[in-house]
Design a protein around this ligand. Structure first.
Ligand SMILES: CC(C)(COP(=O)(O)OP(=O)(O)OC[C@H]1O[C@@H](n2cnc3c(N)ncnc32)[C@H](O)[C@@H]1OP(=O)(O)O)[C@@H](O)C(=O)NCCC(=O)NCCS
Length: 191
């Protein structure tokens, strides 16, 4: 293992094309670009302006410090450009006690390049191998084909449906034994 790998914080994840790291207070513009895009937040209100983005980002930063178990939202940074092109998060489920949910969002200018799948692989691997979670779920609206497709490509399995805000969602679950040998390693230190 190289020196730089050894000194890297556990919650900074690397893949072939991407670096996932916690958001910082300097990321307001990218945070606003992502969460201010109606195509990305569909079903919810986009962030109205930079002030709203600053507040929402500050709340996001507090979530990391309030999570001793290492859950939060990662900015997905493209290695080649240094640009933030998405977000992946792990958070306690609001609908199912004891469950941890994965969610993924990508800048709409960068859809269909495999970014959500590559970034989510890294976070799933972190959740199961570094945090030792027994399972991770994703709650996906049934009529959003790209989101369902990402869950399927990740190897998640359907486990029924739930209704949120009058809308039906598929529940997908992922189990530790499903981490395959073909998965690209994201850090050298995990079992
Ligand atoms: C869902 C989302 C994160 C996918 O990001 P992405 O980086 O484009 O995802 P990937 O490129 O890894 O995979 C997308 C898959 O959906 C497929 N897809 C895209 N549009 C589709 C459609 N209309 N119908 C069916 N499949 C579709 C792509 O072909 C691809 O599958 P493939 O690799 O088998 O060809 C992105 O669309 C997004 O940010 N949407 C808004 C936020 C959201 O809904 N997030 C999910 C909440 S958990």
């Amino acid at each position: 293992m190289t020196e730089s790998k050894r000194s890297m914080p556990l919650n900074v994840l690397e893949t072939h094309r991407l670096i996932l790291r916690p958001w910082t207070s300097g990321d307001v513009s990218s945070f606003h670009q992502l969460w201010g895009d109606p195509k990305v937040v569909w079903g919810r209100d986009p962030l109205a302006d930079r002030g709203a983005a600053e507040q929402a980002l500050a709340a996001e930063l507090r979530r990391w410090s309030a999570s001793p178990q290492g859950q939060g939202a990662w900015a997905v940074v493209e290695r080649s450009s240094g640009e933030i092109i998405g977000n992946v998060s792990l958070q306690d489920s609001t609908s199912s006690a004891g469950q941890v949910e994965l969610s993924y969002h990508v800048m709409s200018t960068r859809w269909n390049e495999g970014v959500a799948t590559e970034a989510s692989h890294a976070v799933l691997r972190y959740a199961l191998l570094a945090l030792g979670l027994k399972t991770v779920s994703a709650i996906v609206p049934v009529d959003h084909s790209p989101s369902c497709r990402v869950a399927e490509k990740l190897g998640m399995n359907r486990d029924g449906d739930v209704t949120h805000g009058g809308q039906t969602h598929h529940v997908y679950v992922f189990l530790p034994e499903e981490v395959g040998d073909h998965w690209e390693p994201v850090q050298g230190d995990w079992p």
